[in-house]
Write a new protein. Structure first.
Lengths: 593, 596
């Protein structure tokens, strides 16, 4: 796994300029290729029609006006209007097409990125600040659309334009064309020089923006912590440092960026001068007519215009590549926990859970679990106890296959869970985690998350079962009370009750409670326990808790320490054994007595 | 458009934030005018050059006769272009510098504003929304300075200088051409009316999408636990689609106006041709005059074409800056009183509640009613009560996160609102229920409130909170980086680090909000022990569920429905036979029954 990242660290990007990214990008374009080709043709036609305009104007000046032929003049004026009218319509159609295409491309990339993020394991989210993930989904994707749609079309149009002009110039005069073209190597060298600088520079910009976003997100979420530690000044300094990094890297990047257009402009004027001078010399030798010089000079300015436009697109491209790279890096992030090929649906779970020599480590070389084996019969309630950090949460996380085991097997009803689809497995499990996450929305929405099509009665029943009904009814709008982000209006215990109701509503075959009731007071917990007991009948459950009153009645208690199960049995058996559990239990009694 | 009143207009606000870069900004404006005038002048020389060549061609004269003039003109053309190019570059960089300067200033100001807000603000604005304002919306402001304003100056310069030139040549023809301009303004203002609200909606959709994505990322564990990936995808797809469609609609608005603007811009050369042609025929102008007009007609037409784009971008800026200014000019309700007394030193630690009542603004019922108690310096006060009885609200009044509706909260005999907030909070160590760690090293997290801590001290506080053992067992020890919100650590581990963080500032008042709920009993015993033996004086206010925690307190407050129903020490309360003694029986009795 990649090392953990913080807001202070730039994300590394080792890959050199990668053509693979462009190929990946082309996959997004492919879908809209017909529309884009259509837009291209329409643009080309529009440009071709536009070429008629100078002809009509010329005719008016050369013929109609000298002859004082007003009707002819007005006819030509009418023709001009027609030409413009047609090209405006063409431009309109192209714009309509391309607005759809470019917005659809953003939409597609963002959709895929989001879908991919849903597949990524916990580890991915644990290893980096969330602000750094967020900036990719929202800000970066916004940046790249124009490059992939209009940028591409314009490059092709300008290319066609350029090739046509070169052909015209070659027809007029080969030697003079070479004079015009002699600017090209300079241009190529210039752009190459810029490119290397720009790529790194824009990568730095994206890195620093990502850092800023990470810090911002953490500190908005943690504003209360900042305030209680009166760290505002310190934080403002850090933020200012990050913002300054953004400013400096930006200024550095635009230093090259803004050079492209003036640079090409400068090269082009030098070439024009060269045309005149060499024309004079050649004309002096009598080999060129002045008309040729004039023609070439006018083509030369038309030769450099598309190049300048392409320079701008090129700039844009370099800028956006830095973002595109990040997007495709995320899309290329390996999905470590995924459905196997041809994975079957998990059959309705009866509830037998077995571990067979399960070894597991979060980081290579640091085994958390070593050859853990146990069997749980359907309907049993199992308590996991032991010191913090011993691996209790890890065991329950493996049952839901949030991580893959290093070796060994996790079986449910005799079925290896790595052989079934994740959705079919997890949708039958109810997992309540330590950190009870509340979504913004109403209390009802939050409970509904457990079963999207539940009726109001079902919701209320679940809430009653976990003793949440009374406090919910006491709130301003009852079940329709908005709980705001992270449930900021609720106490921790209330949050736990709501997420408990959510889990109960999902009607799981296997229930996993990971310190689910730690913030709930003892009386409420006791009442909750009664409701829960009726619900647990016939369901397998795993409970991690420190309050021994919660654990005492379980069918099987496993004491977890040193990467394995050191003791297992019922409360009475373990008490008789006078081992670890006995010590844990008696120490708690001593405390109270 | 409905506009909230801010102390400054949008542009006034921008100007204010250009502080320090204003001269550069004005210079940049002049620079823009300069290079645009140069853009009109340079073609003049290349035209003369071409004229010389064509005359030579027509009259079959050798060019050599005029070589001096030609070289002179070539030199002027190259030199002026190079000069223009340099001006362009410097000008662009000046705009970048000004816009980055303003961006930097506003961003810092916004950040500071956000982090000093009160709780009401945080429950009003969602994280993703605030982030959009500080990033995406602010970028629209930057773009406005770096690009939109420049384009406006550019268009104006071109338009005005070309107009002046035209009027000098022929007033009548110039009038015919320039008189079309108001039509463009009319169209563009119509456009503004239509597109303004669209941009507003667009900013909202962007913020909405950001919020959805942000919540999904933060809640990724719950999403996986319920296998709700598909549901989340659908939900995000809706906001993604919404954003796309609004974006398309916004751009389509311009397409409704675009044909008219484009036709008017294109009409200019036609009008020139027709009117100019008639004028030539009537002998009012010469062919030379006509050529001069036709060569510069683009300098009138292009600014007109630009107007739509400029207006579009300007509306984007307006919508974005409205969102930013909303935060920029927002004021928290809980602020330092003007006559707040500074108290830089250490507090004694006496905490007193005097008939405090409290109700959340959007709440139906009072949370706290007539709470009175005193915690003398060095005492331990335990608060116990059912879920949602108001314990957390109570302790949040001490650092002034909320203010009572009636009654007083006093520290060292002085009402808390009379202190400078920073002084007050620096003396309070609070470990919250909802543990929030930063993605930083464990050491960085512990020393969050006391940055100057040595490694030994960090370890000492980790020992106090019984965290040193598990930290030592980690391969990188105190340098281990914990994920955002401390993911990767168990609940108990997070709580212990948050406790160490609160202890590390050596608070005179330590508030623990159920900080050991996820810690096993053995560890809790250790923590209780070290809390009784801290090496600095400290008043402790502890919310707890376990009798083992409350047992040693000097005073126990039992809270029910926002009122203190019992208070006293463990012995007294057990003897009194009320709620507390029932609780003791419940916790103890349970264990006894099963132990037998």
């Amino acid at each position: 796994m990649a090392e953990k990242n913080t807001y202070k660290q730039d994300e590394r990007l080792d890959e050199p300029f990668n053509i693979r990214h462009l190929l990946l990008a082309s996959a997004y374009i492919k879908k809209y290729l017909p529309k884009m080709i259509l837009a291209l043709i329409i643009s080309a036609l529009g440009a071709a029609v536009g070429l008629l305009a100078p002809i009509f104007t010329q005719k008016a000046i050369d013929e109609a006006i000298p002859k004082a032929d007003k009707p002819y003049l007005f006819l030509l004026g009418g023709m001009l209007v027609l030409v413009f009218f047609i090209s405006v319509i063409f431009a309109l159609i192209r714009s309509k097409l391309m607005i759809r295409v470019s917005q659809s491309i953003i939409y597609d990339i963002r959709k895929d990125l989001f879908a991919h993020l849903q597949k990524l394991p916990f580890q991915y989210y644990d290893d980096r600040p969330h602000g750094k993930i967020l900036i990719r989904v929202v800000n970066y994707v916004n940046s790249v659309s124009d490059m992939l749609s209009n940028g591409l079309i314009n490059v092709i149009l300008e290319m066609i334009n350029l090739i046509l002009i070169i052909i015209f110039m070659l027809i007029v005069d080969v030697q003079m064309t070479l004079v015009v073209m002699c600017g090209v190597p300079f241009l190529a060298a210039f752009l190459f020089w810029i490119k290397n600088r720009q790529r790194r520079a824009w990568q730095r910009v994206s890195n620093k923006n990502s850092n800023l976003n990470a810090y911002l997100q953490e500190n908005i979420v943690g504003a209360r912590i900042t305030q209680i530690f009166a760290r505002e000044d310190e934080n403002a300094k850090i933020f200012s440092g990050l913002a300054d990094d953004c400013r400096h890297t930006w200024m550095h990047a635009v230093r090259c960026n803004n050079l492209v257009w003036p640079g090409i402009d400068a090269i082009s004027v030098c070439i024009r001068a060269a045309i005149f001078i060499s024309g004079m010399i050649l004309f002096g030798q009598g080999s060129k007519s002045i008309g040729t010089i004039l023609a070439i000079s006018s083509y030369s300015s038309r030769f450099w215009q598309p190049i300048m436009n392409m320079g701008n697109i090129f700039n844009n491209f370099l800028n956006n590549m830095a973002y595109l790279e990040r997007i495709f890096e995320t899309l290329g992030e390996p999905v470590t926990v995924d459905d196997k090929k041809g994975a079957a649906e998990m059959q309705p779970i009866k509830g037998a859970v077995s571990f067979r020599d399960v070894c597991f480590s979060y980081e290579p070389g640091k085994e958390i679990l070593h050859k853990v084996s146990f069997d749980v019969k359907p309907g049993m309630s199992v308590a996991l106890v032991g010191p913090t950090g011993a691996g209790k949460s890890t065991i329950v996380n493996l049952i839901s296959r949030f991580y893959n085991v290093d070796s060994g097997q996790v079986l449910i009803d005799g079925q290896d869970i790595s052989e079934v689809t994740l959705a079919s497995l997890r949708s039958q499990m109810g997992i309540m985690m330590q950190d009870s996450f509340i979504f913004s929305g109403t209390i009802k929405d939050n409970i509904l998350y457990g079963k999207l099509d539940a009726t109001d009665e079902e919701i209320q029943k679940a809430a009653k079962l976990v003793c949440a009904d009374s406090f919910i009814n006491g709130m301003q709008d009852g079940y329709d009370t908005e709980v705001k982000e992270r449930g900021s209006l609720l106490s921790q215990g209330q949050k736990q009750l709501i997420s408990f109701a959510r889990t109960v509503l999902s009607d799981p075959a296997i229930l996993i409670l990971d310190e689910a009731t730690s913030s709930i007071d003892v009386q409420t917990e006791k009442a909750l326990q009664q409701g829960l007991n009726s619900m647990l009948k016939g369901r397998t459950s795993f409970i991690i808790a420190h309050r021994l009153s919660t654990i005492r009645g379980c069918d099987l208690i496993m004491y977890i320490d040193d990467g394995g199960i050191t003791e297992a049995g019922t409360h009475d058996e373990l008490m008789a054994k006078k081992g670890d559990y006995y010590h844990l239990y008696t120490s708690q009694l001593e405390d109270i007595a | 458009m409905d506009k909230k009143k801010y102390p400054k207009s949008r542009l006034g606000w921008l100007w204010e934030n250009m502080s320090g870069k204003r001269i550069l900004f004005i210079a940049a404006l002049f620079g823009t005018a300069l290079y645009n005038v140069l853009q009109l002048v340079v073609p003049h020389y290349s035209r003369q050059l071409i004229n010389l060549f064509s005359e030579a061609e027509k009259e079959h004269l050798p060019l050599a006769d005029k070589s001096d003039t030609i070289y002179h003109l070539i030199f002027l053309m190259v030199a002026l272009t190079l000069f223009r190019v340099v001006v362009v570059y410097l000008d662009c960089m000046a705009y970048e510098r000004v816009s980055q300067g303003a961006l930097f200033r506003i961003r810092n100001y916004l950040y500071d504003k956000i982090q000093r807000q009160d709780m009401k603000f945080y429950s009003t604005y969602r994280t993703g929304d605030l982030m959009t304002r500080v990033t995406g919306d602010l970028d629209a402001v930057r773009h406005n300075i770096a690009w939109v304003i420049r384009c406006i100056v550019e268009s104006l310069t071109l338009f005005l200088s070309a107009s002046v030139y035209f009027f000098l040549i022929n007033v009548k023809l110039a009038l015919c051409i320039v008189s079309i301009a108001p039509l463009i303004f009319f169209i563009v203002f119509r456009f503004r009316k239509k597109v303004g609200p669209m941009h507003k909606a667009l900013r909202e959709k962007l913020a909405g999408m950001n919020t959805d994505a942000q919540e999904n990322i933060s809640g990724n564990r719950v999403v996986k636990a319920f296998a709700r990936e598909e549901y989340e995808k659908e939900k995000f797809d809706a906001s993604n689609k919404d954003y796309r469609d609004t974006n398309m609609k916004t751009q389509m608005v311009w397409l409704k106006f675009f044909p008219f603007v484009e036709l008017i811009a294109n009409a200019l050369p036609v009008i020139l041709l027709l009117v100019g042609g008639v004028f030539i025929i009537n002998g009012e102008i010469t062919m030379g005059d006509y050529t001069a007009f036709s060569l510069l007609i683009w300098a009138i037409a292009n600014p007109m074409r630009m107007m739509g784009n400029i207006m579009n971008e300007f509306q984007r800026f307006s919508a974005a800056s409205d969102k930013i200014m909303e935060i920029y000019y927002s004021e928290p309700e809980i602020v330092n009183h003007p006559d707040a007394i500074p108290h830089p030193g250490r507090f004694e630690g006496k905490v007193e509640f005097d008939l405090v009542s409290f109700q959340y603004e959007d709440g139906k019922l009072p949370v706290l009613k007539d709470i009175s108690f005193v915690a003398e310096p060095g005492e331990t006060v335990a608060i116990i009560g059912e879920t949602g009885c108001g314990k957390t609200s109570l302790i949040q009044m001490i650092p002034r996160f909320y203010e009572p509706n009636s009654g007083k909260v006093l520290v060292d005999g002085v009402p808390v609102e009379n202190y400078n907030m920073t002084d007050l909070r620096k003396n309070i160590g609070l470990a919250t229920q909802d543990v929030l760690l930063y993605s930083d090293s464990i050491e960085g997290n512990i020393s969050y409130g006391a940055t100057a801590l040595t490694a030994e001290e960090v370890e000492k506080y980790a020992r106090y909170s019984a965290a040193s053992d598990f930290i030592h067992r980690m391969p990188e020890g105190y340098d281990t980086i914990v994920g955002e919100r401390g993911v990767g650590l168990s609940g108990g581990q997070k709580q212990r680090i948050s406790l160490a963080r609160a202890l590390a500032i050596k608070p005179s008042i330590l508030i623990l909000d159920d900080t050991t709920s996820a810690v096993d009993m053995e560890t809790e015993k250790q923590i209780q022990h070290s809390l009784r033996n801290l090496d600095f004086p400290c008043t402790k206010i502890i919310i707890a569920q376990r009798i083992s925690t409350t047992k040693f307190a000097d005073k126990i407050l039992v809270l029910k429905d926002g009122r203190i129903i019992e208070s006293g020490n463990h012995k007294d309360l057990v003897a009194a036979g009320g709620y507390y003694s029932d609780l003791v029986k419940l916790q103890l009795g349970d264990s006894m029954v099963s132990a037998s």
